[in-house]
Ligand binder design. Structure first.
Ligand SMILES: [Fe+2]
Length: 245
């Protein structure tokens, strides 16, 4: 067997094996909040994030919102406050129950959707090609039916996707009726498994912003581990969650 084929085979097996192991682990979870995330792929916290803790306006003050979407990197001080607060709200516990204890975080930004409509790239139904990964959204705008909701195809996360190419991770048209629509309000915390199908065509023009942080497991069976550290560190600006606690 040549080296490339061997590498592909090993990667394939590790991914499938780690997913099977995770599914097995999930069977024994009794915590009701984690259970909700396991069963539907998405969880909305009943406890709200206190928006006043952070001055989010500083990230958006120079923006005219003439774009589809834009990211504003959170500074380290704000990120630390957010992580500590997510811990106090019990959100990190749910994520650890779901993914495991050793986690990395990345993206760490304000994700703002602007005034421009769109139906491609991240504004179409897709999954994130990351294997098992939890994305946290904290809504920092007031509730509005005129801004873009989070669309999530509940239970679609249970079908594990190992596609590697971008095209196969994008889905053309899936009827919006099949998706659950989540219009967040100020301080709402939403978690979802990005292996599930999410997002849909953006036909709204009212801007809205969320804090977005990605959580992914780190370890021998995960795509990020000691052997792949350098490769991923070059591609993704990740840090270990424990650095902030
Ligand atoms: Fe996505």
């Amino acid at each position: 067997m040549n080296k490339t084929l061997k590498n592909i085979k090993e990667k394939f097996n590790r991914k499938i094996f780690s997913n099977k192991l995770l599914n097995l682990k999930h069977r024994f979870v009794t915590n009701s909040e984690t259970r909700e995330l396991i069963d539907s792929g998405i969880f909305i916290s009943k406890k709200k994030f206190l928006i006043d803790k952070i001055d989010f306006n500083k990230y958006l003050s120079d923006t005219n919102f003439e774009f589809v979407s834009k990211r504003f990197k959170l500074n380290e001080d704000d990120l630390k406050k957010i992580i500590v607060s997510l811990n106090e709200l019990g959100i990190l516990k749910i994520i650890k129950n779901y993914l495991g204890k050793k986690l990395v975080i990345y993206n760490n930004s304000i994700l703002t959707l602007g005034k421009i409509k769109s139906n491609d790239k991240s504004m179409m139904p897709h999954h994130d090609k990351n294997g098992r990964c939890i994305k946290v959204y904290i809504w920092i705008d007031k509730f509005s039916l005129n801004s873009h909701p989070l669309y999530y195809l509940e239970k679609s996360h249970t079908h594990f996707r190992r596609d590697e190419d971008y095209e196969s991770s994008r889905f053309g048209f899936i009827n919006k009726i099949k998706f659950k629509k989540y219009h967040g309000g100020m301080g709402d915390v939403i978690l979802f498994d990005t292996n599930g199908i999410h997002s849909h065509f953006k036909d709204t023009v009212d801007p809205r912003s969320v804090v977005e942080i990605n959580f992914e497991p780190y370890g021998f069976l995960s795509r990020m581990n000691n052997l792949t550290f350098d490769k991923f560190k070059n591609r993704i600006d990740f840090t270990f969650l424990e650095n902030y606690l």
